[in-house]
Structures are given as structure tokens and as C-alpha cells.
Ligand binder design. Structure first.
Ligand code: AMP
Length: 403
């Protein structure tokens, strides 16, 4: 089945065309900083994946996707000769609330429920929904599936997902913890099980998705039992531009002191905080690491705080799991930064997570799933490459094939 995977963010678009029988991607597209003057979209086709760049200055994410569909239909290098050859579309949706606990075929009822989830992830969901609407118009006969970042966490018990707030907020507004990055945590857990040669149902894992956004999940017997993101993807770890968990009283304090509006406060916490807020330099971990290594004190503090919060989250999940067999590192930072992994695990050896410094080095190992702990480490440390697009394509195929 030819599945077009669409992963639309607030200012980015990632997409792949995946042939699910052979589990191979034949097109990869990436657009970042969408909406700015110097935005570009790269489109690359198999077999050599040479990138062609398209100027997308001033276009919205939906318009970028439209442009990608034109390229897919018209480019002689394209693996398909028209978009009618796309069998199904798999959409990554950040928040599914309590409406969606598993991947869902998008019919009118599901589409209406998607709108209700928009306020749970205001940076991501509305854009994804607009993309779905555009494609439903353009390709009305092509089935679309929504694959939710929250679905994997539907197994969390109430003690993990409830907030200690007045009960009515849960009943009236569904305020509870939903988690996010579920597709990535589920995939990372399965990859780690494959790597360890043991069934997932027998394992206790702590999966760490450390990218621009970041979250850590306790995965017991293949099920999420707790995760660091909450009602929205703002809770939990310190992230590229997101504050993660802070004392909630700070929010009302700043609003009173500076007369900030709700939208301004959202912007401060989601886009101006985290690594960016502390370093004052940017949100890209590579730049901040470089600055710290050149003696920039705020960059060093940002990294110190980041590492500390990751260590605390891993430690707290170790405490609630009956057993921990492995800690799994994935996403941009988790997969690629030997330096940060070394700093994180330097503080966790006493819990039995003992890194092998040579195995931890990246050279020649990017994209290779591997164990990076010493042979005798009581708890293994794994690095796995996240492949959210493949996972979304497979879930889409499963669902559409059942119809
Ligand atoms: P993601 O959101 O998964 O694409 O991850 C993006 C983050 O990974 C950014 O903060 C990047 O700076 C970071 N990243 C990617 N490669 C490296 C690397 N080699 N060392 C440190 N951070 C990296």
C-alpha cells in the first residue's frame, strides 16, 4: 500500500511516501520555518534521495503540502504518476484527548471530534486539521487516518493521569494528563525489545524521546504507565523553547506584574523558554553545546539544567517501575549527542545504568540501533533511531486494510 504520511507542525511539514509492503520510503519531504521569508522545502525521491529545494517563502503549512502534492503528481522522478496512486494518508496528530485512544479513520464524526482536541495542542493540531481538510477536498476518495501522539499513553492509570485539582475540571473540561510523542515511545520500546532479543511484554523500559520537544515514558510490559508530558506537550522536561514543568504560580505572577495576556503567556512558555530562554542563544542543542564548550556560562547552565531534569525523570520512573531492564534514547539529541548521553548517565551509574564510553561514541553509528552500556550493566542503555513516519504508515495500512 502507498501511504502518504503527513506530519504537520506549527511551522514545519514532514512527509514521506511509504510503500508499506516493502517498508520502504520512496519520497521524503521536509519544510521548516514555514511562514518566514527564507523558508525552503526539500523533496527527495528514491533511490538516491537527492534533495530538490523549493522556495516556499510566505506559504502556510497547508499551502506547502499542496505544493508537495503537485510535485508528487508532476515530477518525472516521482515514484507515482498522479496523486490518485496514493492509497491512504496517515496524519500525525499531537493531541487526541479522551476522544481518541487509538488510530482512527477520519470520517465526518472523527473530523468533528478532531476540532474539539485543537485547544489541547494549539501549536500543532489546528494546522494538522487544516491539512486534513485540504486533502479531503482534493482527494475525497483517499482514506485518511489520524495517528495520535497521545494514544500510546491511554493505558496510564488514573493516579498517573489525574491532576490534584477540583474534580469538576476533569468532568467539565477533561483536564487530565494525556502525554505526547506516543508513536515515538511505542516504536522505541519495540526497537529496544528487538535489540535485546526479548519480547516487549516481558520488559520494563524507560524510553527517552529527547529532541526539540522532549518526553520520557515508563513502559511496563509494552504499556505506557506514566509519561512526563501532560495535559499539553508543555509539561515535563525542559525543552528547546518550552519551559516544561514550573511552579504554576509563576504564570499568574508574571501576568499580574507585566499585564500579559493569555496568548502572550502561552508564547512565553512555549516559544521563549527552555534552552532558548536560559542560554539566550537559541534552541538548537548543537549551537548551545558549542557555546558552552567555548565557555559561555548561560549555555553551560542551560545544558546543566537540561541534563539534571532528564536524570530526575529517569530516576523517578526507575522508582515506580517494578523492574527496569533498559533505558532507551531516541530523537535528535538522544540519538546523536554522545556528549549529552555521557553527561546524563554519568549521574545514573549508581542505579545500575552504566555507560560504555567507547560504545557511546557516535562515529559510524548514526542511524544504527545499538546497546551502549557495558556488558555487565544491570540496566542496559540503548540508542534507537526513531522512525515515526514508518510507524504511522504501518498503523494507517492496518486500519485501512481492515475496512
Ligand atoms: P528532533 O526534534 O528530534 O529533530 O531533534 C532536534 C534537536 O536535536 C535539536 O536541538 C538539535 O540540535 C539536536 N541534535 C541533532 N543532532 C545533534 C548532535 N549531533 N548533537 C547534539 N544535538 C543534536
Amino acid at each position: 500500500m502507498q501511504v502518504l504520511v503527513v506530519n504537520a507542525g506549527s511551522s514545519s511539514l514532514k512527509s514521506q511516501l511509504i510503500e508499506t509492503d516493502g517498508k520502504v520510503a520512496s519520497m521524503k519531504c521536509l519544510a521548516e520555518k514555514v511562514g518566514t521569508d527564507n523558508a525552503f522545502m526539500s523533496v527527495a525521491f528514491a533511490p538516491d534521495f537527492q534533495k530538490t529545494m523549493y522556495n516556499i517563502a510566505g506559504l502556510s503549512v497547508v499551502q506547502c503540502l499542496q505544493k508537495l502534492l503537485e510535485v508528487l503528481g508532476d515530477d518525472p522522478e516521482s515514484p507515482i504518476s498522479g496523486i490518485d496512486q496514493i492509497d491512504a494518508i496517515g496524519n500525525r496528530i499531537v493531541a487526541g484527548g479522551e476522544y481518541f485512544t487509538k488510530a482512527t479513520l477520519i470520517d465526518d464524526e472523527a473530523r468533528a471530534n478532531l476540532t474539539k482536541c485543537e485547544e489541547l495542542a494549539p501549536l500543532h493540531n489546528p494546522t494538522a486539521d487544516a491539512c486534513i481538510d485540504m486533502m479531503r477536498k482534493l482527494m475525497p476518495n483517499t482514506p485518511q487516518v489520524a495517528v495520535f501522539d497521545t494514544a500510546f499513553h491511554a493505558t496510564m492509570p488514573p493516579k498517573a493521569y489525574m491532576y490534584p485539582l477540583p474534580w469538576s475540571y476533569y468532568e467539565d473540561y477533561h483536564i487530565r494528563r494525556y502525554g505526547a510523542h506516543g508513536t515515538s515511545h511505542r516504536y522505541a520500546a519495540q526497537q529496544a525489545a528487538n535489540l535485546l532479543g526479548r519480547p516487549l511484554r516481558d520488559l520494563g523500559l524507560i524510553t527517552c524521546h529527547l529532541g526539540n520537544g522532549g518526553s520520557i515514558t515508563a513502559v511496563n510490559h509494552g504499556k505506557s504507565i506514566d509519561t512526563t508530558m501532560g495535559f499539553t506537550p508543555l509539561e515535563g522536561l525542559m525543552m528547546g523553547t518550552r519551559s516544561g514543568s514550573i511552579d504554576p504560580a509563576i504564570v499568574t505572577y508574571i501576568m499580574r506584574r507585566e499585564g500579559k495576556t493569555f496568548d502572550e503567556m502561552d508564547e512565553i512558555l512555549n516559544k521563549k523558554s527552555g534552552i532558548l530562554g536560559i542560554s539566550g542563544l537559541g534552541s538548537d542543542m548543537r549551537d548551545v553545546l558549542k557555546a558552552a564548550n567555548n565557555g559561555n556560562e548561560r549555555a553551560e547552565l542551560a545544558i546543566d539544567m537540561y541534563v539534571y531534569k532528564v536524570q530526575k525523570a529517569i530516576g523517578s520512573y526507575y522508582a515506580i517501575m517494578r523492574r527496569t531492564d533498559a533505558v532507551v534514547m531516541t530523537a535528535g539529541i538522544g540519538e546523536n549527542s554522545a556528549e549529552l548521553r555521557e553527561r546524563i548517565f554519568a549521574g545514573l551509574a549508581h542505579m545500575g545504568m552504566i555507560l560504555d564510553k567507547d560504545r557511546n561514541q557516535v562515529e559510524g553509528a548514526i542511524g544504527v540501533n545499538r546497546v551502549i552500556s557495558i556488558d555487565d550493566s544491570p540496566i542496559k542503555i540503548c540508542v534507537v533511531t526513531t522512525d515515526e513516519e514508518m510507524r504511522i504508515a504501518r498503523e494507517t495500512d492496518n486500519l485501512v486494510s481492515q475496512q
